[in-house]
Ligand binder design. Structure first.
Ligand SMILES: Nc1ncnc2c1ncn2[C@@H]1O[C@H](COP(=O)(O)OP(=O)(O)OP(=O)(O)O)[C@@H](O)[C@H]1O
Ligand SMILES: [Mg+2]
Length: 405
């Protein structure tokens, strides 16, 4: 093909002096529309192309629909298999409510009719155990069922051989109590699960593991260096004076398993107060309303952690947190005879408000039992008033001395 020649046309002298406007020149509305003549062959070719384009689009739509249906079928099959296994009770006895909702009602009836080892108490415990957020605090009243729920939570993933869990308490004595409870629960949930005392680790038939350990000094977190867990739980997190341990553990939260990657979990429980009550309150309770997910915030600046500019999720929160308040009244196993409630009611006011009502404000102002959110504003006003008065007083003295000079 011969190279195309460029023809340079000299500018029209009539338009040379006129200032040139910016952008494309406006069209003349009176100008006649250009008529293009295309051959019958070209017309036929274009109509075939248009038809092909439409057919390809509709095929892609159908394909997406088929893919979605295939996914659904796969999910149903997995759920049915899990429930069949659970009912047979050979490998696992854990049934996820999420699996039941996909299957017909008859399956739910069958499960309901079978003996149940553990079922979340309706209300906060259910909310905690079904929370999809990465980082959740279940905190509040004593006896609400927090530690028990923390023990049950990792069982959701123990069918997966790649599951690696870590459950922490501050001291060995407190940890022993949790281990004892787990010994009652885990072998029933996963027949064949073994607790390896030497390593203080549960090993499940699938190969999944759950390490129970304690950590009483912040600097010992380096014990976890280089390790990876997809589920991390801390019981009574307010026993840690600062967020150092919790923040460090976040760096250990990862998995290469596609299923577990979708459910990376950090779970903690606490009663209000304790040496670390202040930071736990700031991180979870003050950050948002209870039971409502929020983008995790920097404890120092209060700003939400977000993906940086240039990232496909730029501006979106890095991960979500939630606070689920625990109430004794939601644990029928302790409320039934009312004895434990009577014990809590007989405590001195500060302790009663912390442990019976799960009041986080009383923990913050523990030296002032009269402190409560409803009276907070009144007290703040009085303090501001006192500060203002003393300012006026100081000003008067200085002014007097100045005059005397
Ligand atoms: N869903 C449940 N099914 C059966 N028993 C439960 C359930 N939830 C809680 N319990 C029972 O209630 C008891 C008290 O619960 P748990 O020890 O978890 O309370 P807690 O909120 O951790 O209390 P504390 O604040 O004192 O640590 C448990 O030992 C357990 O026996
Ligand atoms: Mg507890």
């Amino acid at each position: 093909m011969a190279p195309r020649k460029r023809v340079l046309v000299p500018p029209d002298p009539a338009t040379l002096d006129k200032p040139r406007g910016r952008g494309r020149p406006k069209k003349d509305p009176n100008q006649q529309k250009a008529q293009y003549k295309i051959s019958a062959r070209e017309r036929a070719r274009r109509s075939v192309q248009a038809k092909l384009r439409n057919a390809t689009k509709s095929a892609a739509k159908q394909e997406n629909k088929v893919q979605a249906k295939r996914k659904k079928v796969k999910k149903l099959k997995t759920s049915a298999k899990k429930i069949e296994d659970a009912l047979r009770g050979e490998k696992t006895r854990v049934v996820d409510q999420g699996d039941l909702t996909d299957l017909p009602g008859a399956v739910e009836e069958l499960v309901d009719g079978s003996p149940v080892i553990f079922r979340p108490n309706p209300g906060p415990q259910e909310e905690f155990l079904s929370a999809p957020e990465q980082d959740v605090l279940y905190g509040g009243a004593a006896g609400g069922g927090k530690s028990f729920a923390l023990l049950a939570d990792p069982l959701r993933y123990c069918h997966n051989p790649n599951h690696r869990g870590l459950l922490l308490r501050r001291t060995l004595d407190e940890l022993t109590e949790l281990i004892d409870k787990s010994k009652q629960l885990y072998p029933k949930a996963f027949p064949g699960a073994i607790f390896r005392e030497a390593k203080s680790t549960w090993v499940f038939p699938s190969g999944a593991t759950l390490w129970f350990t304690y950590l009483d000094r912040d600097k010992d977190v380096t014990r976890f260096q280089g390790q990876a867990f997809n589920w991390i739980g801390v019981d009574e997190i307010t026993q840690y004076p600062s967020s150092y341990v919790w923040d460090y553990l976040r760096s250990r939260l990862r998995s290469t398993d596609p299923e577990l990657q979708q459910h990376l979990c950090m779970r903690c429980t606490a009663n209000p107060g304790g040496v670390g009550g202040w930071w736990v309150k700031k991180m979870y309770i003050d950050a948002n309303e209870p039971n409502v997910a929020f983008g995790a915030k920097d404890l120092d600046t209060g700003k939400t952690f977000v993906w940086p500019e240039g990232h496909e999720k730029a501006g979106q929160p890095l991960f979500y947190r939630k606070f689920v308040p625990a109430r004794l009244t939601d644990n029928p196993f302790l409320m039934a005879d009312g004895q434990y409630e009577a014990m809590l009611r007989s405590l001195p006011e500060v302790e009663r408000r912390r442990l019976l009502e799960g009041d986080w404000d009383v923990a913050e102002g523990a030296a002032f039992p009269e402190f409560s959110r409803s009276r907070h504003n009144h007290i703040t006003q009085r303090i501001v008033g006192m500060v203002l008065c003393s300012c006026v007083y100081i000003f008067t003295i200085c002014f007097g001395e100045w005059n005397a000079r």
